[in-house]
Design a binder for this molecule. Structure first.
Ligand code: SAM
Ligand code: SF4
Length: 354
């Protein structure tokens, strides 16, 4: 599939009126399989300061016209109604790289004002975080996940197509010094960096960070992912055990995708999100908004429901909430990666938001 198709024009998959047949009359974001979504991911831009090979094409994603993207005020309103009407308790801003939105502090502040009880988090590559963090914390940001796949400079430059490892380290240091705890690091599991996984874990522990590895999903814009090349959780555990004693921890939150291991008797831990080999779709509690204001009920489901048209057409909060509920009612059962007829979604990870 050519990378250019992955920018996917909104009109190609936009759904205006998903069916609500059989849906009980309840406020929350329930689906046909009994799941309830409480965790909102909002992608706020398709732009990025890196070009990770497992995510973006070398030239970046096709740019979305500014007027097609949700404004800070629109995002704040949607977060507010998600919290007041739909039972959403957590929001995470992502992208692309969320730090590339100049109005990120406004987005956070307006979201916090509209949803005072909601938890506010961000997933970032960390570049520029050191400069932006004070304003973001002041606006109401509470948690930060930084993505870091390797501490090897050459590997980092090859993987991200940019030589910016020091900038990422500076971002991590700033978040740590600002007291964000636990500071979580996300590392995608890749063949090229597997041998360095023990160094990455040792570095995370030494720097007071909680590392989680994620199995690579078929969401790269270049469509090079192949199941037979996957580095899975089992292979990673074998590598980590060459240097660390690992003891599995009981899972206290069934909706958390990470399985945790105690490292060398603790207190440090390492997590593995086995998105491919140990699917957690049956416990999924996510609902997603794209930067163009569509609800995406599943990472892997291309049918999206357009809230932006209602938002800009003068609809009230309850009308928007009703459409959002309908979108989630139609959430698919799972990613289906193990089915023979599996086909990868049109949007790549950088356009959905992880
Ligand atoms: N730019 C930010 C960052 O990198 O943290 C936020 C957006 S990024 C799409 C969100 C998360 O998705 C990152 O942790 C990234 O490593 C992860 N990711 C990207 N492509 C992936 C893939 N194909 N499989 C699994 N995780 C992926
Ligand atoms: Fe950018 Fe994040 Fe995708 Fe890397 S994973 S290209 S940092 S959006």
């Amino acid at each position: 599939m050519p990378a250019v198709a992955l920018g996917m024009p909104l009109s190609a998959q936009r759904r205006l009126a998903p069916s609500v047949e059989g849906r009980p009359d309840t406020d929350g974001l329930i689906d046909r399989f009994g799941r309830v979504a409480r965790d909102l991911r909002v992608s706020i831009t398709e732009k990025c300061s890196l070009r990770c090979t497992y995510c973006m094409p070398a030239e970046g994603l096709p740019l979305i016209a500014r007027e097609d993207q949700l404004t800070a005020a629109e995002i704040g309103r949607l977060v507010g109604l998600a919290w007041t009407r739909l039972g959403v308790t957590e929001v995470r801003f992502t992208g692309g790289e969320p730090l590339l939105r100049n109005d990120l502090a406004d987005i956070i502040r307006l979201s916090k004002a509209a949803a005072p009880g909601i938890g506010i988090a961000m997933t970032t590559n960390g570049i520029g975080l050191d400069k932006r963090l004070p304003a973001l914390l002041d606006a109401g940001l509470e948690r930060v996940n930084v993505s870091l796949d390797t501490i090897d400079r050459d590997h980092f430059a090859r993987l991200t197509r940019r030589d910016r490892l020091d900038a990422v380290f500076a971002g991590i240091r700033a978040a740590h010094d600002a007291g964000i705890a636990p500071l979580k690091l996300n590392a995608v599991l890749l063949r090229e960096t597997l041998a360095g996984a023990t160094d990455l874990l040792a570095w995370a522990i030494a720097n007071d960070c909680r590392l989680r590895f994620i199995e690579q999903m078929p969401l790269d814009a270049d469509a090079t992912w192949r199941r037979e090349n996957l580095v899975d959780a089992a292979e990673l555990l074998d590598v980590l055990r060459t240097r660390f004693a690992l003891e599995p921890l009981p899972r206290d939150d069934p909706s958390s995708p990470a399985e945790e291991w105690l490292v060398d008797g603790g207190p440090d831990t390492v997590g593995i999100i086995a998105s491919v080999t140990r699917s957690f779709c049956e416990a999924c509690d996510r609902t997603r908004l794209t930067s163009e204001g569509t609800v995406r009920s599943c990472l892997f489901g291309d049918d999206e429901t357009d809230l932006r048209a209602l938002l800009r057409g003068g609809a009230d909060d309850e009308q928007i909430a009703t459409l959002w509920r309908a979108a989630m009612w139609n959430k698919q059962a799972g990613h289906g990666m193990d089915r023979a007829d599996f086909s990868r979604p049109l949007r790549s990870m950088g356009a959905i938001g992880g």
